[in-house]
Design a protein around this ligand. Sequence first.
Ligand SMILES: Cc1cc2nc3c(=O)[nH]c(=O)nc-3n(C[C@H](O)[C@H](O)[C@H](O)COP(=O)(O)O)c2cc1C
Length: 388
Amino acid sequence: MLLKGRKILVGISGGIAAYKVYDLVRTLVKEGASVRTVLTPSALDFVSPLVLATLTGSKPFYRWDEESPLAHVELAKWADAFLVAPATVNTISKLALGLADNPLTAAWSAFAGPKLVAPAANTVMLQNPAVRNHLETLRRWGVEVIPPDRGLLACGDEGEGKLADVDLIRDHLVRALSPKPLKGKKVLVTLGATREYLDPVRFISNGSSGKMGLALAKAVFYLGGEPLVVAADAKVSVPERFLVRRVETAGEMLEACLELFDGVDAVLMNAAVSDYRFSKRFDKKLKKSQKRLTVELEPTPDVLAELGKRKKRQKLVGFAVESENLEENALKKLKKKNLDAIVVNPVSVMGSDRYEGTIIFADGRKKELKAPSKEEAAYEIVSTLLGS
Ligand SMILES: Cc1cc2nc3c(=O)[nH]c(=O)nc-3n(C[C@H](O)[C@H](O)[C@H](O)COP(=O)(O)O)c2cc1C
């Protein structure tokens, strides 16, 4: 619910992807945002003002009349952020030239807050040098250009030009409306559960879903930083744009983290790394021939402790799930591994969407956290730990 109470003006231009805007405005409204819409004349061929009015609870602006001669200025004053989706090559070009010849372009020129465009068009149209130039101009002026997706386009061509996914557009809006304390910073985020194999098909692991780790990576993005995700086995799907490495075992996790460590400003070690692995890993699948099988476990490498030894400028944050003596155990771990902070939660948080926990800092300070969702908790954790 990071968009709750935010006022978002959605500009719709006349591209075939405009039908997806119903889904987009619905998503934003469900999240508690106030949404109003402004249309170009050609957009009226692609979407219905009646449907938009029903979904947003607000009359779309698509024509000046005597009752609303200054609607473009009023909308611009009202909005916290202005997103054009889909943005046709025609509208992109007009925005870059400062034209104000229809309700959308006029409202855009009257708006001084965070601006975003989500282009959608045939690949060749988007690669046209004039359009590329115009997009570059918009970027230079601080407009966020949400990259279009690749795939099968309405014209039958395969390539780049599909309107970005609704969830990605929503994430860019959250970022546009957030402070940017992490601008220029790279943050390594590990997530998921490692696996330690007994044979090629059997392993020990744990129930970590990767949900909190993904929420942390997104929070880094919202706050202006670049998340570099190393993912062990996870139930959530990690967007390609964040993912730098997939790993399975604790050993692979250590290797990946050591490789990336020098180039990052902070590490959020959220993966649930196995503490033990089998002393012997069988090459072939074990047969069920023996009555009793005794296996021996040995400790895995301690990824956080290794990073703690090598730490220079990086902030190192650990996460701990504890079933008893939460804070006492977490503090011990923090000291032993040379961490800057540790976030500790009770076991009940695993698999649940609600979140409660405590941040413990190296200097002994504490901050209690309670949030209705992991997304909101992650946002607070990242702003508290890395935001200054
Ligand atoms: C069926 C149809 C689909 C279109 N799809 C797109 C599109 O996806 N992207 C685009 O840039 N233009 C598309 N166009 C062309 C625009 O509608 C045209 O350039 C129009 O002038 C855009 O006006 P506007 O930018 O003021 O809305 C399409 C046109 C038609 C008839």
